[in-house]
Design a protein around this ligand. Structure first.
Ligand code: ADP
Ligand code: MG
Length: 395
């Protein structure tokens, strides 16, 4: 890797400011309901403790819009981290300034401190140099381990790296990049990319950027409807972004010109309402009736996708192929996840819901890599820059 990592710096007795991704779900009683993201940061935190650093953590939480919002304080996260570590985690009610400075002065080597939600500060999202400098004042060494936020150039992810004496990648960041980047930059062919999910306009550019890298692109989930309709079929009440239809047709043409195989569903599972217990049936894509909506890929499509995937050597998957949260519409996603577990290929799953779907199917060990980042993993897969990673010190 061309960036410095934790292994390249001496952290003993240093103030080490670590940007983590602790944007975890919290219930009404203030309990963290899924601590996957906290767990993912533990290798870095434990390494720093073992090396006698003073560990100063910072993270964003929710969308407070640049001001203090009481229900978005990081106290529940500090409590959960303390439970996991089995020791005290100091928490300050501000992110920068006197309170954290004084708390840090009192820390001993190996102590852990969490400063308040970075997004309580207006300068965070605007990547304000003043706020970046204030953050850097807390640090002898800055470590970025928030891969999930690495696609955003904010003060705590990118700006601070310019002012901190050292700026290096944490173990999670390093692992994500080292695993995914080579696999998609020089993919072993055939490379098959699967694109699904609901963020249609975002992922149109993904489809475009994958052409030339992947030999075959499989389109499913909510994404597919826009293509199906653009190709002249009715899609009833399906999720659709009408203003993306022209682009969908352009992408179909572009794929043809480039010799990329763009595979759309040939059948779908339709429902008479968006509900787990709705009436449902599998129909060909030219048979979607008014009042029905496509919520999963159909059995013929599953078979077709499985055929294509059987020969793949590299696979990236972003976006579930159906509304997997409802069992009746989880089959396409689950079956394709199973296929990924069976083939002899380098398989990468990125995207918040896609990762959840693979875990829900109990198949997380069957794939090569499940990324902790949605937007960030998409950027790596598309070969686009990752501002927070790029801001770190070169080796
Ligand atoms: P990811 O988080 O993996 O990047 P997205 O955020 O783009 O994926 O989309 C995930 C959501 O897409 C899931 O909640 C799923 O229910 C939804 N989805 C998948 N297929 C369909 C469909 N046919 N119609 C409506 N929503 C769908
Ligand atoms: Mg998502």
């Amino acid at each position: 890797m061309d960036k410095k990592t934790l292994k390249d710096v001496n952290v003993k007795d240093k103030n080490v400011l670590v940007r983590v991704d602790f944007n975890v779900p919290v219930d009404d009683d203030g309990n963290v309901t899924d601590d996957t993201r906290i767990e993912a940061a533990l290798p870095t935190i434990k390494h720093l403790k073992a090396e006698d650093a003073k560990v100063i953590l910072m993270a964003h939480f929710g969308r407070p819009g640049g001001e203090v919002q009481e229900d978005l304080r990081l106290d529940p996260v500090a409590k959960e981290l303390a439970n996991i570590l089995g020791e005290e985690v100091i928490k300050t009610d501000t992110t920068v300034g006197d309170e954290p400075q004084e708390a840090i002065a009192k820390m001993e080597a190996g102590d852990v401190l969490l400063v308040e939600n970075t997004r309580f500060n207006a300068g965070e999202k605007s990547n304000d140099p003043e706020f970046s400098k204030q953050l850097a004042e807390l640090a002898d060494v800055y470590v970025n381990d928030a891969f999930g936020a690495a696609h955003r150039a904010h003060a705590s992810t990118a700006g601070v790296a310019e002012y901190a004496p050292e700026a290096v990648a944490g173990f999670l960041m390093q692992n994500e990049i080292e695993t995914m980047k080579p696999a998609v930059e020089k993919p072993e062919q055939p490379y098959v990319a699967i694109v699904g999910g609901a963020k249609i306009s975002d992922k149109m550019s993904t489809v475009e950027n994958l052409m030339g890298k992947a030999k075959t692109i499989l389109i499913g989930g909510g994404m597919a409807n826009t293509f199906i309709k653009a190709q002249g079929h009715e899609v009833g009440d399906s999720l659709l972004e009408e203003d993306q239809m022209d682009l969908a047709n352009e992408l179909v043409e572009k794929a043809k010109a480039k010799g990329v195989e763009l595979v759309l569903p040939i059948d779908v599972v339709v429902a008479d309402e968006f509900a787990a217990d709705a009436n449902n049936k599998a129909v060909d894509i030219d048979e979607i009736e008014a009042g029905w909506q496509a919520l999963d890929i159909g059995p013929k499509t599953i078979e077709k996708f499985a055929d294509v995937l059987a020969d793949a050597k590299t696979v990236t998957w972003n976006g579930p192929l159906g509304v997997f949260e409802m069992d009746a519409f989880a089959k396409g996603t689950n079956e394709v996840a199973k296929v990924l577990g069976e083939i002899d290929a380098f398989t990468i799953v990125g995207g918040g819901e896609s990762a959840a779907a693979v875990k829900k199917a109990g198949l997380e060990d069957a794939v090569t890599h499940i990324s902790t980042g949605g937007g960030a993993s998409l950027r790596v897969i598309e070969g686009k820059p990752l501002p927070a990673f790029d801001a770190l010190n070169d080796k």
